[in-house]
Design a protein around this ligand. Sequence first.
Ligand SMILES: C[S@@+](CC[C@H](N)C(=O)[O-])C[C@H]1O[C@@H](n2cnc3c(N)ncnc32)[C@H](O)[C@@H]1O
Length: 289
Amino acid sequence: MANHHFGKFADVWKHLTLVEVLALERPSRYAETHSGSGANAMLVDPERRFGVLRFLEIADTTASLGQSRYRALLKQFGDVRSFYPGSALLAMAQLGVSTSYLLCDLDPVSVEDLRAWSARLGITQCEIAQADGMTAVLDWLDDSAGSATPRHVVVHVDPFDPHSRLADGLSALDLAGRLVDEGYGLVYWYGYDSPNEASWAYHSLRETTQGPLWCGDVMLVDETGAGRPGDLGRASTSGTGSGIVLANVSENTRTTCLALGEALASAYSGSTVPDGTRGHVRFSVHERP
Ligand SMILES: C[S@@+](CC[C@H](N)C(=O)[O-])C[C@H]1O[C@@H](n2cnc3c(N)ncnc32)[C@H](O)[C@@H]1O
């Protein structure tokens, strides 16, 4: 298990949007650069109580969250108090056997778990690569160039470090830029440690690309609406945040994600954040049509 952040609030927003994007875009080919394990044994701690466990509580009383595909899949997989599905497993469960997949991770334990889950779900067109995700995705896109148009492909790029690169490969952010400009569907996750970094990945991709972009950013703020620098890798505190940048997706997908973000922020107002203080979620959106 190489992902220590599963089931936290950042995962809730990432997985809530990812599954909805896949349900609406219905790609025939789907790839993940940083898949993580298929599933993770659940932890019940303040981060997960604020994350997926709180999401399930508010989904009971918030219609749009209650009807989300993410909530439906969590229920389908059973008791989230013992088991949390990662992005690749959610994607395979949502898209099923008619999509073909490339799932990448450097971690051998995650790769083994992905292989076991794809077999259990009966997914036959599934390549699981213990390899650098950026390089593997580029090769896979080159190999499939004749068989699927870019609009039938979605790539999920989910790095801890957006700038790191192996040997002479691309960074996650470089790959995301290529995908935007070549017309591929993109779901790009980013995180940050300080309020002045909100929506940073959108601003960066906006500078370096030309294609259509949508960004939904969720930042924790204290009761006054403010936040201080922290460390998202250590704790979800007021002033830290994360977001999703989508590229080359339909207007219906963008509108649906907007409504989910607004519902999530509204349902999380007046929450107890993991450090025990009271806070809110500030949701902001940027778009370049
Ligand atoms: C945040 S976790 C993935 C979480 C998963 N996508 C989810 O949402 O459930 C990041 C994963 O990236 C993997 N990783 C790190 N660098 C990588 C690289 N260059 N290529 C592929 N995987 C990488 C790590 O082993 C880790 O499992």
